[in-house]
Design a protein around this ligand. Structure first.
Ligand code: GLC
Length: 619
């Protein structure tokens, strides 16, 4: 563990110091309007062949390129790395940067030399890359209620993404999760549309800080449009036949859709977001990827969205078993770019047929390509003579102390104190012994959750840098005896026991779960610790509220820590009282599963801990 990671308050970075001079400025005010690029794009569009236009409308995946030369051969518009799709050369920042530079250079060999946009899921920092600063997932950021902090984190994300040469992150997720059984609940800021809108816009401003013309800004992507957080449990079946809800059916009338699920997009568009990802889910039984009323009438016409729409991963093919029909429906509905990881040639061939037979108009193709080129133009990718290679000067700050200090601030402010009998918290440095237990106590992979190096994340040392919660406690109290046993052995005689329990990493539908009770192992551990007579502090690492059951009485104090990321030191800051807990629940915390879905504003509303709940320390 390098000392550099434990920076002192002298380096304490406050959120506001990350914003451009003069405080936060919305990308709208500093960003040139995207439509203003059209005069520059028109001559380029006129030169393009049909196939070059179709190439710009498709996104391939790094690991699925049949040949990197396909990028120039088909004049591909974009390449992505999905979760865990690291460069073959390895997962270092150097390997990522070299790979992206190589692919950009490849794209410049095409007839018109239009560079590819490279996209990645930097959803809580540049989590794909070893050594990146990984901050709390959105559910925890929602509990901070701190838009300036979220904006600052967006800017740090931009710096670390740009360090690797990448232009585009598929974030922020502005889902409004309404049923915690959803495996993507943690990707949403809150069940409250207004909070989602406020923080989603802040994330866009931070990521696109200074406008997309700023070479240290990244293209943000509000997702998943629209209603991804409102699907019904059981509306999808998983491969093993069990019920799920991810990519399922959102059953709600238009008024309800607008009230609950649209605000995040209204705010993101107003903040100048340059791309929006269309959702897998259906709206009242029809796949969103093919609904013109959503993609064109509401988003492009009513909200005036000037950027481009990208599909989710092979989502277009879910519209109809006949791919040609599905593609026609989606492009005509207003989809501009298709995420077709290995099927980019099929996309081009099929769409060429559709245009040649008149099923898709050239006007629609030109609109889609114009929208994509607007973004490339405002980002300087069409500027003659610019190599477009990565700014490697940014490597020095990648995963560095200053970024980690901001992430540590976010960890502190994301924690929600749910219970604190007899003021057992804050812990005392003067304690004779503090005993630590639980599967999450010394596990940075569990702290980070999904979308961290691996698509699903993974337990253990998933990434380098950062501090586990145990390491943070020991650093924060070097003179205090802090013992540890994952199974709690040796607790007898300690002044207090800290149990770190909760969910092991997951992402997307893999995390759909009918029962959110704490695991039997966690409950058994808590029971043993309580029987020892030593007072227990329970720290819950999870992507959503957990059904506490007996733990509610067994623990003297309970802290919701969500998925804090790499800076476990931020947890110690609060547990030892160097910073008081300020987090307020961004989601309602149910008593039992029978209450799901439970959301603030429900007619019958009786959760264990209501939306907005959070204790402080008594003075
Ligand atoms: C995934 C997710 C989406 C992500 C995309 C690329 O299936 O639904 O959030 O941005 O594919 O990884």
């Amino acid at each position: 563990m390098h000392r550099r990671q434990f920076c002192h308050s002298a380096l304490m970075i406050t959120a506001s110091s990350w914003l451009l001079p003069g405080g936060s400025v919305s990308a709208q005010t500093t960003q040139r309007s995207l439509a203003a690029e059209d005069s520059r794009i028109k001559p380029l569009l006129a030169k393009m062949t049909l196939d070059e236009k179709l190439g710009q409308m498709v996104q391939a995946e790094l690991g699925n390129l049949k040949d990197e030369a396909d990028i120039s051969k088909y004049s591909l518009g974009s390449v992505l790395s999905g979760g865990g799709a690291d460069p073959a050369e390895g997962n270092s920042l150097q390997a990522w940067t070299d790979t992206v530079d190589r692919l950009i250079a490849q794209s410049r060999k095409s007839r018109l030399g239009i560079p590819v946009l490279y996209g990645v899921d930097a959803v809580h920092g540049h989590g794909n890359v070893l050594g990146a600063t990984v901050y709390p997932h959105n559910i925890g950021l929602g509990c901070t209620r701190n838009a300036a902090l979220v904006e600052a984190l967006g800017h740090v994300t931009a710096l670390e993404v740009r360090a690797s040469g990448i232009h585009w992150t598929f974030a922020p997720c502005v889902a409004v999760p309404r049923d915690d059984r959803w495996g993507r609940t943690y990707e949403g800021f809150s069940e409250d549309p207004a909070l989602v809108a406020e923080l989603g816009a802040a994330a866009v401003r931070g990521m696109q800080q200074g406008g997309l013309q700023n070479p240290q800004a990244v293209l943000a992507c509000a997702k998943h449009y629209v209603g991804d957080g409102g699907t019904s449990w059981g509306s999808t079946k998983r491969r093993d036949g069990s019920s799920g809800m991810d990519q399922g059916n959102t059953e709600i009338d238009e008024a309800g859709l607008r009230k609950v699920h649209l605000p995040g997009y209204q705010a993101a568009v107003a903040a100048g977001v340059g791309s929006i990802m269309v959702s897998y889910n259906s709206w009242n039984g029809v796949k969103a990827s093919g609904i013109a009323h959503l993609l064109t009438d509401i988003l492009k016409k009513e909200l005036g969205f000037e950027g481009f729409l990208v599909s989710d991963y092979y989502a277009i093919g879910q519209i109809d078993s006949d791919y040609k029909k599905a593609l026609m429906l989606s492009i005509n509905a207003g989809m501009d770019m298709a995420m077709e990881p290995a099927q980019y040639q099929r996309f081009i061939t099929t769409l060429r047929e559709l245009v040649q037979e008149g099923s898709v108009s050239m006007a629609r193709i030109d609109d889609a390509v114009t929208r994509i080129l607007r973004v490339k133009s405002v980002m300087g990718l069409l500027d003659a003579g610019r190599e477009q290679l990565a700014d490697r000067k940014l490597h020095a700050s990648f995963g560095g102390a200053a970024h980690r200090e901001l992430a540590r601030t976010a960890v502190r402010e994301s924690l929600v104190l749910l219970k604190n009998d007899k003021q057992i918290l804050p812990l005392k440095r003067s304690a004779r012994r503090i005993h630590v237990a639980g599967i999450g106590a010394d596990d940075i992979g569990m702290q980070c959750g999904g979308w961290t190096v691996e698509w699903q994340g993974k337990m253990g040392a998933v990434t380098s840098g950062g501090t586990t919660i145990l390491q943070g406690l020991r650093y924060a109290a070097p003179k205090t005896t802090i013992t540890y046993a994952v199974d709690g052995k040796g607790v007898e005689g300690a002044d207090v026991c800290v149990v770190v329990a909760g969910e092991t990493p997951y992402a997307e539908g893999v995390g759909d779960k009918a029962d959110l009770s704490l695991s039997a192992d966690d409950l058994a551990l808590l029971a043993r610790m309580q029987q020892s007579g030593v007072p227990v502090v329970l720290l819950v690492l999870s992507g959503r509220p957990q059904i506490l059951g007996a733990a509610l009485d067994q623990a003297a104090a309970i802290v919701a820590a969500w998925l804090p990321g790499t800076e476990g030191l931020g947890v110690a800051d609060v547990l030892f009282g160097d910073h008081a807990p300020t987090g307020k629940l961004s989601v309602s915390w149910p008593r039992t599963m029978a209450q799901e879905p439970v959301n603030v504003g429900d007619a019958k509303y009786d959760p264990l801990f209501p939306y907005g709940y959070g204790l402080g320390y008594k003075a």
